[in-house]
Ligand binder design. Structure first.
Ligand code: ZN
Length: 368
């Protein structure tokens, strides 16, 4: 028995020793491999971030993605997107500047978008929704989606010229221009900011017109302090304090003050220009036709215009004057045709004068 034991022990030992060498070798190799890949990854991470935490984007994190893009979400955390480099590398000059060649190989390459570019997570997500065809740019795309892509793809952010010009063309088509009346989607202030930042002069005029005719563009006034009639220094100090406390709330202007000023000027100029036209029945070469206007102008034109704010909506007001069946009111066909042409010309004149009223000439060096 002891010899059997001894034999077994020797044989076992003889087997175990080389196996353990092999095992240790494998363990070492795996450990070494992992360490070196960790080192590579850490080196890259170190290159692109400073030990900040990053959370994975819930949608755009693909296990087989070759490019990890980190964007600063807030003061403490980044958001990471793991995407397919082939989809975005060719299109984004920013990513080409960060990485001289498109990532390839098993390990994904991590880059960090410099926070000073101001690229927003939501805007980058919108670009990915477009690139992955989850929500591509199309005539049915919503304004916020197109606006996000326009912002993210600009030359000072991801710098994606093709995507940017496509987004731009959709924004332009969403904001048609005069002189015929037009309707714009909401988000006028955001659209104006986009048109200014991305130099789309062709839509700015129309957006100004929409803001003036459909919205209250005046910034909210700070609540006026209760007039102090007592004149006592103590109570006037109290008023000062309360107005200081309420000041931050009143500073929430949506439009830049320069644009508010433009809106005021446009409103004033429109009313000054259009009031005499609206309130004066037109003359015609025929006495009978002039009488028709004299009789019908008040009930058919002035009253409806006053009811629908037509005084400062000249394009719409003139369009409805053109739409009246003047023949049925007794106007001769020649006068009806001639007046309709005059009102259309008036729309075109107003549209042209708006450049001056808005002082947009200074920006005529803008290119489309
Ligand atoms: Zn006539």
């Amino acid at each position: 028995m002891p010899s059997f034991h001894g034999n077994l022990s020797r044989r076992t030992l003889a087997t175990i020793v080389p196996l353990s060498f092999i095992g240790a070798g494998i363990v070492w190799k795996v450990w070494h491999l992992r360490r070196s890949s960790e080192r590579t990854k850490m080196a890259l991470d170190g290159l692109v971030s400073t030990g900040r935490k990053a959370r994975r984007h819930p949608t755009y994190w693909f296990p087989d993605g070759t490019l990890i893009v980190r964007i600063r979400s807030d003061a403490e955390e980044d958001t990471s997107f793991r995407i397919h480099s082939s989809l975005i590398y060719r299109k984004s000059r920013l990513i080409q500047r960060i990485l001289p060649e498109s990532p390839h190989g098993a390990e994904p390459t991590t880059i960090s978008i410099p926070p000073e570019l101001g690229l927003q997570i939501a805007d980058f997500t919108a670009v990915l929704e477009h690139l992955y065809h989850d929500s591509p740019l199309s005539p049915g795309a919503s304004f916020p989606h197109v606006a996000a892509i326009l912002r993210a793809s600009g030359g000072d952010t991801l710098d994606m010229p093709d995507v940017h010009s496509l987004a731009r063309s959709y924004v332009v088509s969403m904001f048609p221009s005069g002189p015929v009346p037009f309707a714009h989607p909401s988000h006028l202030e955001e659209a104006l900011a986009l048109a200014t930042a991305h130099r789309i002069p062709s839509i700015r005029k129309g957006i100004f017109y929409s803001i003036v005719t459909t919205s209250d563009f005046e910034p909210e006034e700070p609540e006026s302090p209760v007039p102090d009639l007592s004149g006592s220094p103590a109570s006037s100090n109290a008023d000062d304090d309360s107005s200081k406390i309420s000041a931050p709330l009143s500073q929430r202007h949506i439009l830049p003050l320069a644009d508010v000023e433009r809106c005021r000027n446009l409103m004033t100029a429109i009313v000054e220009h259009y009031t005499p036209i609206l309130f004066t029945p037109p003359a015609t070469p025929h006495m009978a036709c002039t009488d028709v206007f004299a009789d019908k102008w008040m009930p058919l034109v002035i009253h409806p215009a006053l009811a629908s704010d037509g005084v400062y909506k000249p394009l719409e007001s003139l369009e409805s004057i053109k739409g009246i069946d003047w023949g049925a009111q007794g106007l001769c066909p020649a006068c009806a045709r001639e007046k309709r042409e005059e009102w259309a010309q008036e729309q075109a004149d107003i549209w042209e004068k708006m450049d001056k009223w808005l002082d947009l000439d200074a920006e005529s060096d803008w290119t489309e």
